[in-house]
Design a protein around this ligand. Structure first.
Ligand code: GTP
Length: 601
């Protein structure tokens, strides 16, 4: 690779609302700069994990180096940093942005500005980015680039007069985007003669290379064989490989100021690296560390248990593997009276939970039972202690509690006017407090403060269904507030099922309890005896349903001789049982655990 001046480097990300075409544009840029020959392009190069590809969402921040020969005759190095689009991964957005000087703001010209367009563009502005607006999907008949331009100016306050109209799908305007990156985005600044100062942007585990660290050099240079020091952790290493992503790994001699690339350095585990740490030269360290990032804190917890107790060790090993590349996923062993041994797991949000569960089931072939998701409550005890409660089953005795606090979020929702009434009702029903109501073009923008515990269950699904998919949503956690919360337990056949207990607001306990009992009555199959299902607060029963007894044995109608038919029926029953757990004498199917919590009450 030829040497080049820092003035010919551009580091940028693409920020957009989900589905507005960020990955499609990234693929186009990779293809049109000849980084990957068209025949080698698998669809959506940057989304590397299978599940990401299937769900069409980007999880892990990735980067790719493009070489572009501009109209001015010079060759530029363009480092494209991918950022995840979903609210659960907002923290990864901020840290990728810190490694760049500019952003392309992609807005779907047929949809306009959405909740995550706003959230992400504000992150980019906070990072001090220069921003080039890009209007995508102009091939669609419904595209209204002029109206969307005006909207960007009005709502975000950005000058959109030179917004680039493109179709990432057909390729229209991609050349204009490349020129805009070179002309409008600033080159990085840095001093090659100064001591090394590099930002640890990300790190992950690679089966062949071990821990790979993504770095952005600010000052100085990084070379193979160099002895480095991490300022935050104090660890020392020797760089054994250094390179860039094109998008495959390609070794280089060195990385100079303004550049983005990777190193490997015999680092044992991802946990030894701290995202946001400053990397410097061991012998000639830089004077001060770069401002770091707040580590991502898990906000949603749930228990994951193997359906078959014999799979416990496999589950532990599988979780360990997933954690290697996902420091924001946490787990520790727990045991439940009803479910046996399993793990209490922490996630960044519900989507993160679903992805991890799906990967465990699919990639590691495990059958799992997930318990009710819960947020972290702060319990103020009479003796002055403060407990962080991750699991409702561990709730201390109420007489010892002074106050329970729960996390609150600020949610921004954009919705077409016709669904506004339903959206307001949903927020209101979930104990929301309205903060703002505005219009963005023809759409309403509502800002609500809501308790996170009302959002983790099925808020997003409900919002999508009442708005026929048109409402968009983004949130940030604001603070902890005291709430009149009680622990609701569920008893099946007079046995408490700890995996179904939850903290609820007192005013909502009865309706939730009733809905829960009704749902369980539908989901638990009939048994040979009558099964009472009850919801209770302490000793007080607040709701009750009964599953009637099954009168006949399923095999009763097979005559003695018809063995194969009998076996078939029994096999069928066994299959149905595969994903059930026994509670006392009652079998509860796996679906009951999540579905019982996803109810409209
Ligand atoms: N008609 C049309 N469709 C497009 C265009 N660009 C992207 N799409 C489609 O829009 C959908 C979403 O595009 P993606 O590139 O996956 O969107 P994204 O913003 O990367 O989504 P996330 O990775 O989930 O954040 C896909 O079905 C694309 O084929 C375009 O210019 N025109």
């Amino acid at each position: 690779m030829t040497a080049h001046s820092i003035n010919n480097v551009r580091n940028f990300s693409i920020v957009a609302h989900i589905d507005h075409g960020k990955s499609t544009l990234a693929d186009r840029l990779i293809q049109d700069t000849g980084t990957v020959a068209a025949r080698d392009m698998s669809e959506q190069m940057l989304d590397s994990m299978d599940i990401e590809r299937e769900r069409g969402i980007t999880i892990k921040a990735q980067t790719v180096r493009l070489e572009y020969r501009a109209q001015d005759g010079q060759t530029y190095i363009l480092n494209l940093m991918d950022t995840p689009g979903h609210v659960d991964f907002a923290y990864e957005v901020s840290r990728s942005l810190a490694a760049c000087e500019g952003s392309l703001l992609v807005v779907d010209a047929s949809q306009g500005v959405e909740a995550q367009t706003l959230a992400n563009v504000y992150h980019a502005l906070d990072a001090g980015h220069e921003i080039v607006p890009v209007l995508n999907k102009i091939d669609l008949p419904a595209a209204e680039p002029d109206r969307i331009k005006a909207q960007i100016e009005e709502v975000i306050g950005l000058d959109a007069s030179e917004a680039v109209p493109i179709s990432a799908k057909t390729g229209i305007g991609i050349d204009l985007v490349l020129e805009a990156i070179v002309k409008k985005l600033p080159a990085p600044k840095g001093d090659e003669t100064a001591p090394l100062k590099a930002l640890l942007v990300d790190s992950w585990y690679d089966a062949y290379l071990g821990v790979v660290v993504l770095v952005r050099i600010f000052d100085g240079a990084l070379k193979k064989g160099q002895k480095i020091q991490m300022l935050g952790t104090g660890a020392h290493y020797e760089v054994d490989r250094i390179g860039v992503f094109r998008p495959k790994m390609q070794d280089v001699e060195k990385l100079g100021p303004g550049e983005i690339g990777f190193i490997t350095a015999q680092i044992k585990q991802v946990a030894d690296t701290r995202v946001g740490d400053t990397i410097t030269d061991e012998r000639k360290p830089c004077a001060e560390a770069m401002p770091g990032f707040k580590p991502a804190q898990p906000v949603v917890f749930c228990g994951l248990f193997p359906v078959d107790a014999a799979d416990f060790e496999d589950l532990r090993a599988a979780m360990g593997k997933l954690r290697l590349n996902d420091a924001s996923f946490s787990f520790e062993m727990e045991s439940s009276a009803a479910l046996g041994f399993g793990f209490r797991c922490g996630f960044l949000g519900l989507l993160h939970l679903e992805i991890i569960q799906e990967r465990l089931e699919r990639e590691f072939n495990l059958d799992l039972i997930a318990t009710a998701p819960s947020v972290i409550y702060k319990i103020y005890m009479n003796n002055g202690d403060v407990i962080e409660l991750h699991n409702p089953a561990d709730m201390p005795d109420v007489v010892k509690i002074t106050e329970i606090q729960e996390p609150w979020i600020k949610a921004t929702i954009l919705t077409p006017d016709e669904y506004l009434g339903a959206v307001l009702k949903l927020c209101q029903d979930r104990r929301g407090v309205q903060v703002d109501l505005n219009y963005v073009g023809k759409r309403a923008m509502v800002v609500y403060e809501l308790p996170l515990n009302e959002v983790v269950f099925d808020f997003y699904d409900r919002l999508k269904s009442i708005s026929k998919g048109y409402a968009s949503f983004d949130y940030t956690i604001v603070d902890y507030r005291a709430g009149d919360l009680v622990k609701m337990s569920v008893l099946v056949n007079a046995e408490p099922v700890d995996a179904l207990s939850m903290l609820v607001h007192r005013t909502r306990a009865e309706s939730r309890g009733r809905a829960m009992c009704e749902k369980l009555r539908e989901l638990i199959p009939q048994h040979m005896f009558q099964i009472p299902i009850q919801a209770a607060i302490g000793a007080k029963i607040i709701a009750r349903e009964t599953i009637r007894a099954l009168r006949k044995d399923v095999t009763a109608k097979c005559y003695g001789g018809d063995v194969s038919r009998k076996r078939k029926l029994l096999d069928k029953q066994k299959e149905g049982k595969k994903r059930m757990r026994q509670f006392g004498k009652v079998d509860i199917p796996q679906e009951a655990f999540i579905a019982a919590l996803k109810m409209d009450s």
